[in-house]
Design a protein. Structure first.
Length: 396
């Protein structure tokens, strides 16, 4: 790792290969340093992690006073370092900065990843007033399991206390005490780069519905919830965050590999959940037992779906029309088209199932969680899960 200064910003630089710009939140640069090491330790990854001026005891020029100022600073940093095809990852206010970068100048940005980002105004799901909370309550709201991460100020040195106070002051300067920009939500429609929005299911600083609103405002974005995770996934569940982001490394899935989410009478084995493809493509293998019906007809609003029959015969029903597809047949379903499938034959049928983008992969994970949690798979319950992924059942 090397540390250097570019203009008014201090930067750490790790690894080699595909470039990631990693932007920390209000917890300061130490909140991403271990994850930066982990990310750089993967194949073909160079991780550049700046310290926002004013954090960690660094000086803050008076000209840097807003989130948009930081976004300009970091787009200029990409120019100065002549970096291209950059994945920008930001947590909390770092996510807010990331969104503003994509709006200001995305010419050097390949994609963005917003991790429990703040910045937008969602009146029914406001950002918690961070500045009014004691440290213990911040931990309670910010972590799935807060006890390992509690901070005891009495055990801190004067230097550490001063750095913490400086971080809070810089955070208030850049983001204000509300941590929102009332104009941002409406402007997010201007983001044109691929966007992944990741959220901890236990984040109570900004809850998952806040994250869903963020994703809904960005055309074509993907939204993924991280289980047993709070506001800072890079600290609490770094491996899950790493898998969700993907690093560009080649991934080989063997016959016994993948992630089985459903078992019988329809088995779903997820082969690619989008982490290798930048969430542009998800792939599953469906095995349908003989004489088995599939789900109710349904239609998707935000992704295309493909079915390639590997073996057996699969009956695809589109509206009132049915097609019996034999091995070697490809069926493509665009958004808005009602469809379902079944195996009318006496032998199992195997189908490769594609999702572009990968949005619907998590539908199968949610069904698995329902089954494991002992919740009944009623039509209304399944329809509720479908709705999370812009899908609706069609009444028979």
């Amino acid at each position: 790792m090397t540390t250097y200064t570019v203009g008014s910003v201090t930067v750490t630089d790790r690894g080699e290969g595909r470039v990631f710009l990693l932007l920390h939140g209000g917890a300061g640069p130490q909140s991403v340093s271990a994850f930066a090491d982990r990310l750089a330790g993967t194949e073909r990854a160079r991780v550049i992690a700046p310290t926002h001026p004013g954090f960690d005891g660094t000086p803050r020029p008076e000209s840097l006073a807003t989130i948009r100022d930081l976004a300009t600073l970091y787009t200029d940093l990409l120019d100065r370092l002549d970096l291209r095809d950059v994945t920008v990852i930001g947590n909390s206010i770092g996510g807010w900065i990331t969104a503003e970068m994509a709006l200001a100048d995305s010419s050097r940005i390949e994609r963005i990843v917003l991790v429990d980002a703040v910045g937008i105004d969602v009146p029914e799901h406001p950002v918690v007033d961070f500045f009014a909370l004691p440290l213990d309550e911040i931990a309670d709201l910010g972590y799935h399991n807060p006890d390992p991460y509690r901070i005891d100020p009495s055990a801190m040195s004067e230097e550490q206390l001063a750095a913490m106070a400086g971080n809070r002051s810089a955070l208030a300067t850049y983001g204000g005490t509300s941590m929102t920009d009332p104009t941002l939500r409406g402007r997010l429609a201007g983001i044109t780069v691929p966007t992944l929005v990741l959220w901890g299911d236990s984040d109570r600083i900004v809850d998952p519905d806040f994250g869903r609103a963020y994703a809904a405002a960005i055309p074509g974005s993907s939204f993924l919830v991280l289980a047993d995770t709070g506001h800072v996934p890079q600290i609490e569940t770094p491996d899950a965050l790493l898998r969700a982001i993907g690093t560009g490394a080649v991934r080989v899935v063997g016959p016994q590999d993948g992630e089985t989410t459903l078992t019988s009478p329809i088995r779903m084995r997820i082969l690619e959940d989008g982490t290798t493809t930048g969430h542009r493509l998800g792939i599953g293998e469906i095995t349908i037992e003989p004489h088995t019906d599939g789900p109710l007809q349904h239609r998707h609003a935000q992704h295309d779906e493909g079915f390639y029959v590997v073996s057996g015969v699969v009956r695809f029903t589109v509206g009132e029309t049915s097609h019996d597809a034999t091995a070697g047949t490809l069926v493509m379903v665009p958004p808005g088209a009602p469809h379902t499938f079944a195996n009318p034959g006496g032998v199992p049928a195997v189908v490769l199932n594609t999702f572009t983008p990968d949005l619907y992969v998590n539908y199968f994970r949610d069904l698995r969680d329902m089954i494991e949690g002992g919740r009944p798979m009623t039509p209304d319950a399944v329809a509720g899960v479908m709705a999370r992924y812009a899908t609706e059942p069609i009444a028979p």
